[in-house]
Structures are given as structure tokens and as C-alpha cells.
Design a protein around this ligand. Structure first.
Ligand code: NAD
Ligand code: TYD
Length: 362
């Protein structure tokens, strides 16, 4: 399917968004991308600086809550599909300030749905239009030690972040059932890879370990996440966009369950190797168990049978080698790291970690 298409990507300056724009321009060279991003603390146009003179790529600095701007974009451009990634995405930030999550994740998604529906109707309801909403497995709440999430798992979100994403998912589904808008939804597990903002577990731990700073592990470190390499996720998104069935949800998991403490130990070992740190000076000594996150979900794990069987998707990256590539990327991109760690980043680190009393791992 490589005829000319114009795709509106929201949140394309963030972690997954910038990886996805890069992936799409590589895989579908005939397509045009309009990237709408408000450039919050998590958005960085430098992530896509190499495309700034590429006529297939247009960047619009704006907010998905701005109905007038959305109307202009849909009027001026024939949008064939929307890939909606813009969101407030960090659970800990949602605990400290939930209302921005309601605004962007719920209201913003509804504004986008309204604008997309209007344009879709004005264009005679083309069958091949798609609204792909990128959501999270966190909407399903927490698993115990066994079992998997599937598309049929009831919603049971724990944090303001996951509650706002759950609300957004419901609205997206409602726009399909009520108005017929051809939507598809993906609920994926934790992503990792290049360009992830260093407030999330993996980049935070890589950089702290490299810089000899404490490695703050919440609770006992036994919470489990199902890690998905961002390229595998991008591949799933393009597949769902092109071949997913309208109205359908696809759960996307990396098939790599890891306890947080094991992820941190892998990172310590990899950083030690890169920096030539001897055993006595291993980064492991920096691990500190700190006060747990309130409402911390114990375990996420996805059964990806539907997307595997219906669309033929498989994750291609195994956790340890993709983590190793990710460690290299962060160690080799200190300019990028410096550019995203502004004064407001330092303020956030003080807010989130300042009051967590901890104990060392040994
Ligand atoms: P991110 O925080 O790195 O990036 C979010 C982007 O959205 C930023 O560029 C930001 O500037 C932009 N943005 C925020 N508010 C906006 C607004 N009001 N208008 C326009 N742009 C706005 O997030 P990410 O990790 O890349 O996640 C992308 C999407 O994937 C999110 O919807 C998130 O819920 C979902 N998701 C992420 C993960 C993960 O592990 N990172 C896992 C599951 C689902
Ligand atoms: P995170 O990257 O914030 O993703 P999410 O909360 O969406 O799963 O966190 C991943 C896991 O790592 C989660 O169980 C919380 C834990 N964590 C820590 O132990 N310490 C930290 O400093 C951070 C940011 C996360």
C-alpha cells in the first residue's frame, strides 16, 4: 500500500512519535506526514531535525486541544489517516498533577475525534480513512503473578495517567460505534529505545549509572513490565494502520517480562562494561530501594495472539540485545541528553525523588 497518503501524526516530537515518523518515512517513502506537537517538556523537534528540509515532512507546533487549529489542518490538507500519539505519558507526573492528563489525554483526544469526524464526513466518508489511537496496557490495571492481558480484559486503571488513557479509549470506541468513524486502537506494553525522555525507568537508570548517581528503585523492585522495543512497536503500528480492522483493538506486547530490579542490574552490567568499571566499583552499589509509587501496578504482560495471528506481527528484538543497543545510544548521544535536561527537568527530579527515603541494595 504505497500510494500517496497524508498522515496526521500527533505527538511526533516525543519518544514513540519521533521513532514512528522516522520509521514511516523510511518504509513508505511516498507518504507525507504532518506532525502536530505542542512541544511540552517531552517534545523535542531535534529528534527529527534530519527531516526538516524534507518536503514529505511538515511540523506544526500546536495543541490537540485547539479546535480552531485542528479545523484549519483538516481543511487545508486532505488527511487520509490520523495516528494519535500525543499525550501526557508519565505515571509519576500524573500523581503530582493529574489535571493536565485530563486536559490533553481526554479532552485533546475528543477534540481530535471531532475534527477527524467532520472532515471524514465532508469527504464522503472514505472507507480507507483510519484514526489509529495509540494507547497502553495500563488501562487494564494490574495482573497478579500469573496471567496475561488480552483485548477482552476489563478496564481497571490505577493511576491518573492510565485512567485518562482509559477514558480516551472509551471515547475513541464511542466515535466508532456512534458515528461510524473507522478507528483502530492499540494497547501496548512499556516501550524502550532511543529518544525516550530520561524520566522513564530505562533511560533514567542508564544515565544515572553512567554519571555515578543513585538508582532509585521503587518498592522492592519486583514489579514486572513486558518490554517492547520501540522499532517493534512502530512496525505493529504501521501494520494496524494498513491492515487492522476498523472498530478493533490490538494488544501489542514485547513478550519480554522483566522485574524492575533485573532491568536495573542488566543496565549496571552494561554500563560497567562500557565504562570499564571494575567489580568493586560496579554501578550495582548505586541501587537504592526507595518509597514505592502509590497505586503501583504489580505486573503487566500481554498476550499478543490477535495481532500475531490476524496481522502476522512478531517482535523481532530480544530484550538483552535491544537494551544493549539502547545503552550505547544514550552513552553516544550526550548532546541530546543535555538538550532535554532543562531546568524544568531538574525541578521534576527534585519533586519526584526529593522526599523518597531509601536504603541501599547491599
Ligand atoms: P512522550 O511523553 O515521549 O511524548 C508525548 C508527545 O506528545 C510529546 O512530543 C509532547 O510534546 C506531545 N504532546 C503532549 N501534549 C500535547 C498536546 N496537548 N498537544 C500536542 N502535543 C502534545 O510519550 P511517548 O512515550 O512517546 O508515548 C506516545 C503515546 O504512546 C502516548 O499516547 C502514550 O500514552 C502511549 N504509550 C506509551 C508507552 C511507553 O512505554 N512510552 C507505552 C504504551 C503507550
Ligand atoms: P516507567 O518507566 O515510569 O513506566 P510505567 O510506570 O508506565 O510502567 O516505570 C517502569 C517501572 O519502573 C515501574 O514499575 C516503576 C519503576 N520505576 C522505578 O522503580 N524507579 C524509577 O525511578 C522509575 C521512573 C520507575
Amino acid at each position: 500500500m504505497d500510494e500517496k497518503r497524508t498522515i496526521l501524526v500527533t505527538g511526533g516530537c516525543g519518544f514513540i512519535g519521533s521513532n514512528f515518523v522516522r520509521y514511516l518515512l523510511g518504509k513508505r517513502p511516498g507518504w507525507r506526514i504532518i506532525n502536530l506537537d505542542a512541544l511540552t517538556y517531552a517534545g523535542n523537534p531535534a529528534n527529527l531535525a534530519d527531516f526538516k528540509d524534507d518536503e514529505r515532512y511538515i511540523f506544526v507546533n500546536g495543541d490537540i486541544c485547539d479546535a480552531a487549529l485542528l479545523a484549519d489542518i483538516f481543511m487545508e490538507q486532505t488527511i487520509d489517516a490520523v495516528v494519535h500519539l500525543a499525550a501526557e505519558s508519565h505515571v509519576d507526573r500524573s500523581i503530582h498533577g493529574p489535571m493536565t492528563f485530563v486536559k490533553t489525554n481526554v479532552e485533546g483526544t475528543c477534540r481530535l475525534l471531532e475534527a477527524a469526524l467532520k472532515s471524514w464526513r465532508q469527504r464522503g466518508e472514505p472507507e480507507d480513512f483510519r484514526f489509529l489511537h495509540v494507547s497502553t496496557d495500563e488501562v487494564f490495571g494490574s495482573l497478579g503473578p500469573r496471567g496475561f492481558f488480552t483485548e477482552a480484559t476489563p478496564y481497571d486503571p490505577s493511576s491518573p495517567y492510565s485512567a485518562s488513557k482509559a477514558a480516551a479509549d472509551h471515547f475513541v470506541r464511542a466515535w466508532n460505534r456512534t458515528y461510524g468513524l473507522p478507528v483502530v486502537i492499540t494497547n501496548c506494553s512499556n516501550n524502550y529505545g532511543p529518544y525516550q525522555f530520561p524520566e522513564k525507568l530505562i533511560p533514567l537508570m542508564i544515565l544515572n549509572a553512567a554519571e555515578g548517581k543513585e538508582l532509585p528503585v521503587y518498592g522492592d523492585g519486583n514489579n514486572v513490565r513486558d518490554w517492547l522495543y520501540v522499532d517493534d512497536h512502530c512496525k505493529a503500528l504501521l501494520l494496524v494502520l494498513e491492515t487492522g480492522r476498523p472498530g478493533r483493538t490490538y494488544a501489542v506486547g514485547g513478550g519480554s517480562q522483566q522485574a524492575n530490579i533485573d532491568v536495573v542490574r542488566h543496565i549496571c552490567r552494561m554500563v560497567d562494561e562500557r565504562l570499564g568499571r571494575p567489580e568493586g566499583k560496579s554501578s550495582q552499589r548505586l541501587i537504592k530501594f526507595v518509597a514505592d509509587r502509590p497505586g503501583h501496578d504489580l505486573r503487566y504482560a500481554i498476550d499478543s495472539t490477535r495481532i500475531r495471528n490476524e496481522l502476522g506481527w512478531r517482535p523481532e528484538h530480544d530484550f538483552v540485545s535491544a537494551l544493549s543497543k539502547t545503552v550505547d545510544w544514550y552513552l553516544e548521544h550526550s548532546d541530546w541528553v543535555d538538550s532535554v535536561r532543562s531546568g524544568s527537568y531538574r525541578q521534576w527530579i527534585a519533586t519526584n525523588y526529593g522526599k523518597r527515603v531509601g536504603k541501599n541494595s547491599n
